[in-house]
Ligand binder design. Sequence first.
Ligand code: NAD
Length: 467
Amino acid sequence: MSAQELDITATNTIPAAVDAARQLFTSGITKPLDWRLEQLKAMNRMLTEHRDDFTAALAADLGKHPAEAWLTEIGFLTAEIAHTVKHLSTWLAPRKTPVPLALLPAKATTVLEPLGVVLVIAPWNYPIQLLLAPIIGALAAGNTVVAKPSELAPASSAVLARIVPQYLAGAVSIVEGAVPETTTLLAQRFDHIFYTGNGRVGRIVMAAAAKNLTPVTLELGGKSPVYIDDTVDARAAAARIAWGKFMNAGQTCVAPDYVLGTDTALARLADELPGAIRALYGDQPAHSLAYGRMINDGAFSRVAGMLAVDLREDTGSALISGGATDAATRYIEPTVMHVDAESALMQDEIFGPVLPLVTVASAQAAIDFINVRDKPLSLYVFSEDKDVRKAFTEQTSSGALNFGVPVVHLSVPGLPFGGVGESGMGSYHGKHSIDTFSHHKAILEKPLSPDTLSLIYPPFGAITKQI
Ligand code: NAD
């Protein structure tokens, strides 16, 4: 289905949708804790009662297995809701802070207040999770929301547009569509814009937000590296790397993009990866229900094209496993290959099921390799060597740094999820979402009497003697 065939929201209705969201916010109804908890519970009911609808949409858009749909989208959201419901009143409690002696008597407090109307723009790769997860935080913080699912996941977009209003009418309005609709949305005034997707559009979003001085969170992507050395069990590491790489056919923002290691470390890993892939998807991944497909023909051609370039004999690349493609079904076999740093696969985020292995001389060389490139969204290190772990912690910068496991940091609600530099700005999940979608208002209360401030008033007689 093309974007044009979507049941898109007419652009001339968008200002009214934003206006309605603003009126609801201005009415004050969203501020009490009870309203916020009600919305979260309604979203939870929606996810439970319509689990099959969401699962079917994810299968239609991405060939996602129902178990993966639960683990990475629907179940992920219900866990985030449960965590937020449990802790929300604590997170929202005013926080006292000490007052310097010279200002006493006085009381200082930080109070979180909702920002107003939040715009959420989501991508297609986890189309349900990445639209609703920021909405959990925005509603919990007492905002109203206008949200736009990705037109590139049309079944998910349609199911969200149909079902969300049944549970969250007023609190969340869904605008379907592509560039024209997003452009119209971005011309409206919001109090926060939360965008997930690529950096090119991230720049468009930030430029539009600047016109109204609207704060933004940009959840972007890029190449997330892996480093592996000889100190780890290569078979166990291969199982984890293959799982993180090939889920959702490699279309995961935090998927391992490529692996760095010495010759010997990569040789050990290369021996284990084909078996790890077989354990996940069998001898013929094309027939495995657990294995996904590229989202559309454009995404298929992009990844298959890079693969074809690097499979040419004159590139010095060497295929380790996989390499088959089928345009008709948008299938790309889980593929592992040795490449050099100049190869096609090493230029941009791959965002597909191809894992290049790149030889470096040492851990320090891997750190240098990473540091001359864009700051990654995630960095994964497989090493038992404490000095190596310390070096990566101290000498690299990335949204997240995981030792021994890719991807799952997303599921630790206490950890902020977000990028740095080209991989984004701002973060969310759990309490970090509440912080993102709230204004942190400073409140200072000081009695008029005694007037201790009189000491610092002009003509400064008393203070001049002391300084
Ligand atoms: P996409 O093409 O679905 O775009 C994201 C959103 O931007 C969509 O809603 C789309 O309609 C809108 N958009 C597209 N062009 C626009 C324009 N010209 N003006 C205004 N809006 C526009 O998704 P994508 O960008 O292909 O997503 C993949 C990228 O997102 C990858 O780089 C991936 O790493 C990144 N990503 C990041 C995260 C994260 O949490 N950090 C999560 C998922 C994906």
